[in-house]
Design a binder for this molecule. Structure first.
Ligand code: ATP
Ligand code: MG
Length: 308
């Protein structure tokens, strides 16, 4: 079942100038992006800083106005919910942030932090609420006694799990996870990622998983979209993207993954040099004269590439 459909999405941010603060130009942060997410699926959005990843996430959460296109959630157009806080849509789609510490209110106990969405949307008694919070803490591998503590009493990884508990409190169907582990130590990243996977299985969740870390994305996502200049340059299964990248931008990105195997370091170094050369040589055949990314064309069963 298709849970999310994004069709030809465009988000333009106004640029204001002069003493009157008039709109003098627009930043085309997302400029014609189309994809869909199935129930239980994880789609990875990868691309360099400023390519438009978070903006897609914000659009899906209904936090920014669209300059064009459409977003359907479970078949329903969400445009009318944009900017509204308590629509049913706000319950079904949740977010996990990169830096939970700044998104968790330091003065509130974990109980209040996790219960906040419940208080907005459900009419639980205090006892029911506490029971639900205890359940949520258990799901993310934390003991219910933690409910009465404050955010500063936890490690980064534990805080991230509190963020996950809050995000799943309303049993959402889709979570936008924007760099959910980038702020964590490597040793803790895997742990939080595994919790995200467990929770997904338990609740049948879909993820829109945003990251610039290709290792993390490979671990989490069976489908990937590679973004550059506000558009998708390539879209496909994990296999398509990691073993058969076609777009020059993706090829360079994949070649840049550091090697764990010391024996492979030298051959890969050589391969990187080759790809760098290929990148300079072929760049112009992968972008139009204005530097814009072409529309995606199907090149395999699940594989799409932006070529002329
Ligand atoms: N509120 C805003 N007003 C104006 N421009 C914005 C705003 N938010 C983002 N932008 C611009 O839109 C473009 C896309 O930004 P976005 O945050 O989506 O990138 P990103 O891919 O998430 O990058 P990063 O990896 O650094 O998080 C950038 O050029 C950015 O400067
Ligand atoms: Mg971002």
């Amino acid at each position: 079942m298709t849970i999310l459909e994004v069709k030809d999405l465009k988000v333009y941010y106004p640029v204001r100038g002069g003493i009157m603060g008039r709109v003098v130009d627009y930043v085309r942060a997302v400029d014609g992006v189309t994809f869909s997410v199935e129930a239980g699926q994880t789609i990875g959005l990868v691309g360099e800083s400023g390519s438009g990843k978070s903006t897609i996430g914000k659009a899906v959460l209904g936090l920014v106005p669209l300059a064009g296109g459409q977003i359907l959630f479970a078949g329903e157009d969400i445009t009318k919910h944009i900017g509204k806080n308590r629509s049913p849509y706000r319950k079904s789609v949740q977010m996990i942030f990169q830096d939970v510490y700044s998104s968790l209110n330091a003065k509130k106990r974990v109980l209040d932090i996790i219960a906040e969405p419940l208080r907005n949307f459900e009419k639980f008694s205090k006892a029911e609420e506490r029971k639900r919070v205890d359940e949520l803490l258990t799901i993310v591998g934390m003991s219910p006694e933690n409910a009465l503590k404050y955010p500063h009493e936890f490690s980064g990884g534990q805080r991230q799990r509190i963020g996950v508990a809050r995000a799943i409190a309303l049993k959402p169907r889709l979570i936008v996870a924007d760099e959910p582990v980038s702020a964590l130590d490597l040793s803790i990243q895997a742990q939080v990622l595994n919790y995200l996977k467990d929770v997904q299985e338990e609740l049948g969740l879909s993820y829109l998983f945003i990251s610039h870390d290709l290792g993390v994305v490979k671990h989490m996502c069976e489908t990937l979209a590679i973004m550059h200049n506000s558009r998708f340059v390539e879209f496909g299964s994990r296999e398509d993207i990691y073993t058969n990248p076609v777009h020059i931008y993706t090829r360079r990105l994949i070649a840049s993954i550091p090697d764990m195997d010391p024996q492979m370091r030298e051959p890969n170094e050589q391969r990187r040099a080759e790809i760098a050369e290929e990148y300079t040589e072929k760049y112009s055949s992968f972008y139009n004269e204005g530097g814009k990314v072409y529309d995606l064309k199907q090149v395999g069963a699940t594989h799409y590439v932006a070529v002329p």
